[in-house]
Design a binder for this molecule. Structure first.
Ligand SMILES: *[C@@H]1O[C@H](CO)[C@@H](O)[C@H](O)[C@H]1NC(C)=O
Ligand SMILES: *[C@@H]1O[C@H](CO)[C@@H](O)[C@H](O)[C@H]1NC(C)=O
Ligand SMILES: *[C@@H]1O[C@H](CO)[C@@H](O)[C@H](O)[C@H]1NC(C)=O
Length: 186
């Protein structure tokens, strides 16, 4: 009988130790992020001028595949862009980075552009890339896309890019305000 009690308490002590170790381990690896306190933040404007056939000098993006006719929201239409990113709203201002990538429409019953691109920085201020992807539900006032990684000055960065349409002149020209917030900086 005494043996059994001893075994039981021994087991309880082991269990407690195990709990203690696992909780310490998880608190050491769990990171908490405060949305309001990014480690780095800046706002840039994205300018997209669609190639019309003759405006080679001015255009920065081109349609690569046409819509498919599935639904009324351009499903399947794909654009590739090499767009300037500026600090203000003027597309002729010096570009601090280029946004290079693509978007396509992928929703049958609303306008949703799915973006995947790199912000390529090559200036005295910054060298490196931030890589961004996600859904851009165009009807929403603001949209959050994931910053999934970075290189160079943005080595291993992660965060959120909040999109807000600033001007939309059909597909011909549109400007998006991008609020870049990094929550992991190294
Ligand atoms: C793309 O598709 C639309 C709708 O089907 C059509 O009106 C347009 O002419 C097409 N554009 C090209 C370049 O094929
Ligand atoms: C970055 O800028 C330098 C200096 O203007 C240029 O020589 C180099 O080719 C650029 N690199 C890229 C990847 O654009
Ligand atoms: C370039 O594109 C912008 C935006 O569509 C337009 O306002 C501007 O007039 C164009 N410039 C030239 C020289 O075509």
């Amino acid at each position: 009988m005494r043996n059994l009690v001893a075994h039981k308490s021994c087991f309880l002590v082991l269990l407690l130790l195990l709990l203690l170790f696992t909780s310490q381990f998880s608190s050491a690896t769990k990171k908490t992020f405060n949305r309001d306190q990014p480690c780095k933040r800046f706002v840039l404007y994205f300018h997209d001028i669609l190639f019309g056939g003759n405006d080679v000098a001015n255009a920065t993006s081109a349609a690569v595949a046409n819509e498919t006719g599935l639904g009324n929201f351009k499903f399947g239409k794909l654009f590739v862009f090499d767009d300037p990113m500026t600090k203000d709203k003027n597309y002729l201002s010096p570009a601090v980075a280029r946004a290079q990538g693509f978007y396509f429409y992928d929703m049958k019953n609303d306008y949703n552009a799915w973006f995947a691109y790199s912000l390529v920085f090559n200036s005295t201020e910054h060298k490196g890339t931030l890589n961004i992807m996600g859904a851009d539900i165009m009807a929403a006032q603001t949209r959050d896309l994931s910053i999934v990684g970075g290189t160079g000055d943005f080595f291993m960065a992660r965060g959120i890019a909040t999109f807000e349409t600033d001007l939309f002149q059909g597909a011909k020209y549109f400007r998006i305000k991008m609020d870049i917030k990094l929550y992991e900086c190294y």
